[in-house]
Ligand binder design. Sequence first.
Ligand code: GLU
Length: 313
Amino acid sequence: MKRLIAIIASTAVAFLGVAHAQQFLTIGTGGVVGVYFPVGGATARIVNEANVGLRLTVESTGGSVFNVRAIQAGQLDLALAQSDVTYQAYNGTGTFDGEAFEGLRTIMGLHAEPMHLICQSSANVEGFRDIAGKRVSIGNPGSGIYNTVLAMLDAFDMSEADFSAEYLVAAEQPDFLRDGRIDCFFYTVGIGGGAIRDITATADVDVVPLDDPELQALIDEFPYYAFATVPGGTYGNQPDDVTLFGVKALFVASTDLSEENAYNIVKAVLDNLDGFQATHPALATLTNEDFVSGLGAPLHPGAQRAFEEAGLF
Ligand code: GLU
């Protein structure tokens, strides 16, 4: 009898297991002080609560380049990535020269990611060229930050040899600046990112404008760059609007993600748009157009279906 109960119990457990079959997918983000991390977290929560058989979890990573390579290697299922990195990976240009990742797909276009150049006020940096001779962190090599700074240096006919380059991860940069161990750091991050808000509120630093003609030339040449305006008062010591050069954030995956899963993820976000947008100020101003423009790689067919059903196409 005991044995029979055990068999019935284990059969019931197995049955329940099937009934609640969940697929576990991991989202690669960025440093915990950035915007990718909370945006990834919000997406995971919304999709998990939608009960569509998916269990999303979020991982903090070194940033865009790491994320795209990890998707290609099958180590991540989904990720946030910059538009420049995504475009270059899909087309095999820039950092990905000769190694096109043709299976890369975009799930959703998201917020603008201006390049923030934050410097000690005492360093007197008023524009990009003034970083010459300074101690400047340009992000870790797996970051989108580093990738974008390299293109900017090229546009100004400058190189890492023109200053004392540090390759700090995003989370370390503000503390190094605060402690005077660097003069400046770069961070491609959504407007209102926590790391920038904290350092500008608590240290004597400047948000340096990045609106030079050299950057306009980059925008004219490549579809994935744009200027963005940071409204006055967004950060400490930034009373006026400031124009910054930058990219946009994308939610990406590969053709390994099923049509149904991509559809369910996008549909869950669109069905809960208010909650999604409320999770971070960088998302608050998202428009329908932002979801489906500047995508860097082809839209995943499942995402396309969800956007079509929602009337975005
Ligand atoms: N854009 C940054 C990168 O790719 C990450 C920004 C963020 O974490 O919000 O390295």
